[in-house]
Design a protein. Structure first.
Length: 470
């Protein structure tokens, strides 16, 4: 059996692992590289050089985030026709996320084409989209739903179970057995694991007692999240300061997961009277679609969240929530000078309507930006976190005078302690452990923590493109 690490090594995007055994070839995740100038070339290389897409039998998707799913339409463009297995909620989210990813790419190409003279580049300087909206819609037809804990056999030699990973709606970690030349191997892919005890979703399901091979994520493998109480105090402080200064509070948030978590937290703070009644605008069609999908899956929500949703529906005046749909209304938000809470995407400030809200509010010292999610190296969000005084938005230089609050405790990812706790579910060390999905320092630090704290003898840090024979 052979494993090829095609992404998410030394970084947090581009998750994709190729597993080959006997006559069977499949991928676990098919994610897009995001952030930084090399992302595009990595996306082109990932599938064109790694393997022949026609020879892939099936794909298993741990969850809907684009860095785990975003190259699926590209795989289909290159000739892949096999089924793609994912949970029903993941499929519902992908129906929104993949066409949106295509749309953003089409828009970017059109923009480059229109501005090619000003940018001093000819036709050849225009990057075509990795896939179009039509191609994304075609790829959605390959998806096949799998329930949590149902055992499927996508090939004779392979059995797979999806377990709740508590990271975003429908997210999974995978347990599989692969029959390799008469020997049965047990594989565990963590996908992205959620932080236990946090709002909205269930905690990650406990891992199986043993495995021959484990891939574990390490996004926050080198640190501990601040406690929920501290996080709430920070949010309340940002609210009080901004409202007193007569500014707006802008919250860049991932449309899927983080936006719903923020809405829940604000409603909870309003219910406990820690913040005054507020007006919240969710200015992201995708976030609003994701909220609808979340509400359509109450069985995936924790009991506290179901109770809070009921409270909020009974007391809409405590937190007025407006889902902004059309562009005109979105533009009109720019005229609001104070008292507005605007949640918008994308979460790392790289695309979407958030850029307009930042352009409008960053130069105003009375406003605040609440950073509530991971900001990858090379993104606008990261530059704000790092204290940039000037940033470029839509080709304009924008001064940063607004207060930037970085709220650390809201991650959708387990921190080091929670990751180690999850690994303690193994009764003995897996035969082989690979630490993936983390920036190089975080992964290395986590690998060391596993060895020192759990006493596991062998923990590896795979490199991009590295192959491993088991
Ligand atoms: Zn994720």
């Amino acid at each position: 059996m052979r494993l090829s690490f095609l992404g998410a090594t030394g970084e947090v995007t581009g998750s994709c692992t190729l597993v080959e055994t006997g006559n069977t070839r499949f991928l676990v995740d098919c994610g897009m590289f995001q952030g930084g100038p090399e992302a595009r070339s990595k996306n082109l290389r990932a599938l064109d050089f790694g393997f022949n897409a026609r020879e892939i039998d099936f794909v298993l998707l741990t969850h809907a985030h684009i860095d785990h799913s975003g190259l699926l339409p590209r795989l289909a463009v290159l000739g892949f026709r096999g089924p793609v297995y994912a949970t029903p909620a993941t499929i519902a989210l992908l129906e929104v996320l993949l066409p949106d990813s295509a749309h953003i790419q089409e828009k970017e190409s059109e923009w480059q084409l229109r501005n090619r003279h000003r940018r001093g580049k000819g036709e050849r300087g225009v990057a075509p989209p990795l896939y179009t909206v039509a191609q994304a819609l075609a790829a959605l037809k390959l998806l096949r739903p799998v329930a949590y804990r149902e055992t499927i056999s996508p090939a004779d030699a392979v059995k797979v179970r999806f377990h709740d990973a508590g990271h975003i709606l429908g997210s999974s970690w995978l347990e599989m057995t692969v029959n390799d030349d008469g020997r049965t191997r047990k594989l565990v892919f963590s996908g992205d694991l959620g932080m236990p005890g946090r709002a909205v979703l269930h905690d990650p399901e406990k891992v199986v007692p043993e495995a021959d091979l484990l891939l574990i994520e390490s996004t926050y493998g080198d640190r501990l999240h601040r406690s929920l109480t501290e996080t709430e105090d920070e949010i309340v402080a940002a609210f009080e300061r901004t409202l007193a200064a007569h500014g707006n509070l802008i919250i860049p948030a991932f449309a899927v997961g983080r936006t719903q978590e923020i809405i829940y937290m604000l409603a909870d703070l309003a219910r406990r009277k820690r913040i005054a009644p507020i007006k919240v605008y969710v200015d992201s069609p995708m976030a609003n679609a994701a909220t609808q999908i979340t509400l359509a899956h109450p069985e995936l929500l924790d009991p506290e969240t179901r109770e809070l949703i009921a409270w909020q529906q009974k007391h809409p005046e405590k937190m007025k929530l407006e889902s902004v749909a059309d562009v005109e209304r979105s533009k009109a938000l720019n005229d609001i000078r104070s008292g507005a809470v605007i949640i918008s995407a994308s979460g790392m400030c790289e695309a979407g309507r958030i850029k307009y809200h930042l352009r409008e509010n960053l130069p105003r010292s009375e406003c605040s930006i609440l950073i509530v999610g991971f900001q990858a190296a090379g993104t606008l969000g990261r530059r704000l976190v790092d204290g940039a005084r000037l940033v470029r938005i839509f080709g304009e230089t924008v001064p940063v005078r607004a207060r930037i609050y970085t709220v650390g405790g809201l991650s959708a990812h387990a921190d080091q302690a929670a990751l180690l706790d999850w690994l303690r579910g193994f009764h003995k060390a897996p035969g082989h452990t690979f630490v993936v999905h983390g920036e190089a320092g975080a992964s290395a630090n986590f690998a060391q923590a596993i060895q020192e704290r759990l006493g596991w003898p062998e923990v590896r840090l795979p490199q991009q493109g590295e192959q491993f024979t088991l």
